[in-house]
Ligand binder design. Sequence first.
Ligand SMILES: Cc1cc2nc3c(=O)[nH]c(=O)nc-3n(C[C@H](O)[C@H](O)[C@H](O)COP(=O)(O)OP(=O)(O)OC[C@H]3O[C@@H](n4cnc5c(N)ncnc54)[C@H](O)[C@@H]3O)c2cc1C
Length: 548
Amino acid sequence: MEAASHTVTNQAPPLVGYDVYTSDRALAEAVGRHLPAELLDEAGEELRALGRATGSEQVREWGEQANAYPPRLRTHDRFGQRIDEVEFHPAWHRLLGKAVAAGLTDAWGRPGGHVRRAAGFLVATQAEAGIGCPVSMTHAAVPALRAEPELAAVWEPLAASRVYERELLPVAGKAGVLLGMGLTEKQGGSDVRAVTTSARPLAAPGEYVLTGHKWFCSAPMSDAFLVLARAPGGLTCFLVPRVLDDGSRNAFALQRLKDKLGNRSNASAEVEFPGTTWARRVGEEGRGLRTVMGMVAATRLDCVLGSAALMRQAVAQAVHHASYRSAFGGLLADKPLMRNVLADLAVESEAATVLGMRLAAAYDAAEGGSERDRALLRIAVPAAKYWVTKRCVPVVAEALECLGGNGYVEESGLPRLLRESPLNSVWEGAGNIQALDVLRALRTEPAALDAYLREVGEARGADPRLDRAIRGVLAELADLEGVEARARRLAERMALVLQGALLVRWAPPEVADAFCAGRLGGDTGSAFGTLPHTLDLRAVVERARPVE
Ligand SMILES: Cc1cc2nc3c(=O)[nH]c(=O)nc-3n(C[C@H](O)[C@H](O)[C@H](O)COP(=O)(O)OP(=O)(O)OC[C@H]3O[C@@H](n4cnc5c(N)ncnc54)[C@H](O)[C@@H]3O)c2cc1C
């Protein structure tokens, strides 16, 4: 029996048993906006089911277990034969199985498929971000695979399958597959032209053997990998299956698993191709960079969505906590200064969600033939990847502080979110690479800037701070002196203006007003919680509250 002095009071209950999807109003509204009416009922039902599962005690527990018992590398079996397998806790398989069954690898060619998938990704990765990696690569491999129609005919339906089948088998015997990618080597990641892995053609057309290594190869339990290697005709993309058609294992030696800051439920390996690794060419020799860029663009959007998910989960936890915890005679959420912090965080989270979902809708429109949306993606994805992923660490750190000492303790879940937060800005090209890619888009695709300006132009005249910021971007672009050193500044401004334009068009006035004041108006300090006190901060916080 507890002593009277140990009666526990004034602790917030855990945030479980709620619908992660419907209680995220910004997300649910984006789905309603971007999907055609005839899909809304079915999509809403699917997303609500996923939202309830993600917010359930059971799934939360799986997320914790998948981190507490990280993957283990098993290079050999008991008889000394190489097996190169990774052993995961059952919780990992349950989480990944749920994500696959929810259609998070099934977007291409499906009406509204990218919006539905993006919303599901934003929901499911809130329980555990680690599953985002295999799900994202499997989804993103499709445009690259399409460079080789014969291969795509076999692998694409399996990548889109709702069946999670973890056994390594020949592709003919699989009901669903996972796909990964191997670009980065020891001597170069951003600069993939430094790749030294070599590909020697075999007699059969399109078949090669690889010699070399990959320094980062995540989700190494996947069924096949898109790998960049140097063929006689130059850098080329290859499909490397783990199991060959005759049932034997391909030479794919897992050297080590990386000991990472976060993302600990997911395995990231170093791989050696010992000169006998069988590979099938994807696209022409010498066109490898172009082929893999289709994959990289899609995974970059998932970095935006993944960061939006981390921010949303952190903000939901912070608002929830402050709605139950009292100090100095009242609830934290009612204290004017705490309300300012929460509102500022909520605005950042909503801006990330609205931008990520607009870009997912652009994928659907581009698949339907919209040139404007295709061009918008070319410039807006790297700008968004640069800015949204950069905002993730400060948002999550500030949300952690809203929980006080409890937030610093593992049981709260906030430390796990914080460890995960820097990753999306590192992989798939770190911040500078994204900013430089915005410049490349400006130089090589005039249609991309036109599409961007048309997009932000839709909101012109609605808010003077936004109009001023648009003029600021145009002034930056008019003078390209020293532009490489200014690339971050430009990417940031372009992303902020785009977020502002989307919020002014679609968010409730109090959210758009807070964003324009805080991000475009120059009317705040550098830390969160410095919005002008005259704004309707109560309404902004209320909108972000997760409904249990
Ligand atoms: C957990 C994890 C999992 C990963 N999984 C995979 C995977 O599955 N497959 C895969 O292929 N890769 C994977 N990667 C690798 C990842 O994509 C690279 O680490 C990333 O692209 C950066 O490349 P790099 O590490 O070689 O850094 P570098 O290229 O050495 O860059 C270092 C820094 O220099 C900056 N920089 C580079 N060039 C310039 C320039 N011209 N001007 C200014 N600054 C510049 C970069 O922005 C970066 O900040 C993974 C990485 C991590 C952390």
